[in-house]
Design a binder for this molecule. Structure first.
Ligand code: GRF
Length: 202
């Protein structure tokens, strides 16, 4: 079954493990009632994630999904995504790696944000990797998720300088400002059909 073009308004879910600042940016950009899309479901593998609190504060359905192992998590998460009729899934600081089966289910409808200019500095601690490599420029990337880690097709990127004297925290803060701008823009581009994964939804 083809999922494209995505319906309008599209129903968005966000998966997040942490404080949820990118989730907040997506909630601001895609509130209930937006004609293009709305964040209607937030899932977290961490019961105390700030992301769950932020979603609940705004009246968005926010669920803790335990992660005793990947198969159990994915079974429950997929059931919730399907019940909610989710069209597009956004990973926002979601710290687990999804299985190829999960990725296949949402292929071309699954996005992630990563705090580096991919393909540079994939994986954990991207800001530390940039500083340790002596990079003069870093940034963030929104990409479709494929079976690799931070390897999928790029939708949008933004650059920031790495300044002399930067530490991980100062660089991460500078990148985060751009993340909050670029992620909603990239989601909007996908929803409006201006960005699609090659070979998906054609
Ligand atoms: C962001 O830097 C994001 O790029 C990375 O994890 C961090 C999540 O931050 N994948 P937040 O939970 O959205 O505040």
């Amino acid at each position: 079954m083809s999922h494209f073009p995505l319906p309008r308004p599209a129903r968005l879910a966000v998966l997040a493990s942490g404080r949820g600042s990118n989730l907040a940016a997506l909630l601001d950009a895609f509130p209930e009632g937006d004609p293009v899309g709305a964040v209607v479901l937030v899932l977290s593998d961490k019961q105390r994630a700030g992301a769950l609190r932020r979603a609940a504060e705004r009246g968005v359905d926010a669920r803790f999904v335990p992660f005793p192992d990947r198969a159990s998590f994915e079974r429950e998460a997929l059931a919730l995504l399907e019940q909610a009729g989710i069209d597009l899934v956004c990973l926002a600081g979601f710290m687990k790696i999804l299985s190829p089966e999960f990725v296949a289910r949402y292929r071309g409808r699954l996005l992630n944000i990563h705090p580096s200019l991919l393909p540079a500095f994939r994986g954990l601690d991207a800001q530390r990797q940039a500083i340790e490599a002596g990079a003069r420029v870093s940034g963030c990337t929104v990409h479709f998720v494929d079976d690799g880690v931070d390897t999928g097709q790029v939708v949008a990127q933004a650059q920031v300088p790495v300044l002399p004297g930067d530490d991980v925290a100062s660089l991460a803060a500078r990148i985060l400002v751009e993340e909050h701008r670029v992620y909603p823009e990239a989601v909007r581009a996908v929803l409006l059909g201006r960005a699609a994964e090659r070979g998906v939804g054609a």
